[in-house]
Design a binder for this molecule. Structure first.
Ligand code: PSU
Ligand code: MN
Length: 303
């Protein structure tokens, strides 16, 4: 991907030139992960949360075939409301650029782009991973591949609950991705606060995380680091409830032959309906909470 295709907004460029802290945000959760108008609210509040912590937010997306670092309000609104926004991962990004389309970047594409221009931190909701039933269809998110190919410090609430979390957890280890957390002994389960999979390190404060990441930088470790931040307590949903909704929505996806890149958005939206928007509220809260933590860690890391 040539930097020529990339337009960086001035505030972000200045911050990068002056080694100030910048946090990347993705756009697929705006266009495909959350419904309107919650998607716009989350996009705006995530930017606000990053800025409250003294860092600069860089929402990444594609407008008319141009990669934009730091989408403005109109561009966010376009990706949040237009029906023709593509979800781009590495396999289809250049096709989208070729056609001069509007597109939203997944975790995989966002970290690929952001790391190339020197951004070190990224906040999202839940990463993609190994899908349930992957032994039959090999559906494994490109997020995992890109995590192992680019160094980015990523704040998330684990991998999305709709995935095979055990396989995802193991695959992260195979790919050399540290799984550390902020105040939890376990990897979170996205909509619920704890899985049974233990983290590599539970950090109790932001200073320790920032200092640990400095050690990572010195070890010539070329893959990403996952810093887990569980969903806020009041929004965490019981695991059994979540699993029931997941099973129902997976059945529906099978009946309707939904697969490939359409599967994740389909399941999330079905589960929002089944949960009477409890999962939507959790998703909203955790994304903004992750943006805030990313801003704080990044600020500390750069100070
Ligand atoms: N986090 C959310 N909602 C989302 C996503 C993440 O809270 O919709 C998006 C991310 O962009 C992630 C993508 O990269 O879902 C994973 O899609 P797939 O399983 O098709 O790789
Ligand atoms: Mn997939």
């Amino acid at each position: 991907m040539s930097p020529k295709n990339i337009k960086i907004n001035k505030k972000i460029k200045d911050a990068l030139d002056n080694k100030k802290s910048v946090v990347a945000l993705e756009s697929t959760l705006i266009s495909h992960g959350l419904p309107y108008p919650e998607n716009i609210k989350v996009a705006k509040e995530s930017i606000k949360a990053v800025e409250e912590s003294g860092s600069v937010a860089a929402t990444i997306g594609i407008i008319n075939g141009e990669i934009i670092i730091g989408l403005n309000e109109n561009e966010i609104e376009l990706l949040a409301t237009s029906k023709n926004v593509e979800k781009v991962s590495l396999h289809n990004i250049a096709i989208s650029l070729f056609h001069k389309h509007n597109a939203a970047t997944t975790v995989a594409t966002t970290i690929n782009i952001a790391s190339k221009i020197g951004i070190k931190f990224f906040a999202t909701g839940g990463i993609g991973g190994v899908h349930l039933g992957s032994e039959n269809n090999s559906d494994i998110s490109a997020d995992l591949t890109e995590l192992s190919r680019n160094r980015m410090f990523i704040i998330s609430s684990g991998a999305k609950s709709i995935l095979d979390l055990e396989k995802t957890y193991e695959k992260l280890e195979t790919n050399g991705i540290p799984r550390v957390s902020y105040n939890s002994d376990y990897m979170p389960g996205f909509w619920y606060d704890e899985t049974i999979y233990t983290v590599d390190q539970n950090f109790k404060n932001i200073d320790d995380i920032a200092n640990y990441l400095k050690v990572v930088e010195k070890t010539n470790h070329n893959s990403s680091v996952l810093i887990f931040n569980k969903v806020p307590k009041k929004n965490s949903i019981e695991k059994d409830l979540v699993e029931n909704w997941i099973n129902q929505s997976i059945e529906k996806a099978k009946k309707n032959i939904i697969r490939g890149k359409d599967l994740t958005p389909f399941l999330i939206s079905e589960i929002n309906k089944l949960s009477k928007n409890k999962t939507l509220e959790a998703n909203t809260a955790l994304i903004i909470n992750n943006a805030l933590l990313a801003g704080k860690i990044s600020k500390k890391f750069n100070s």
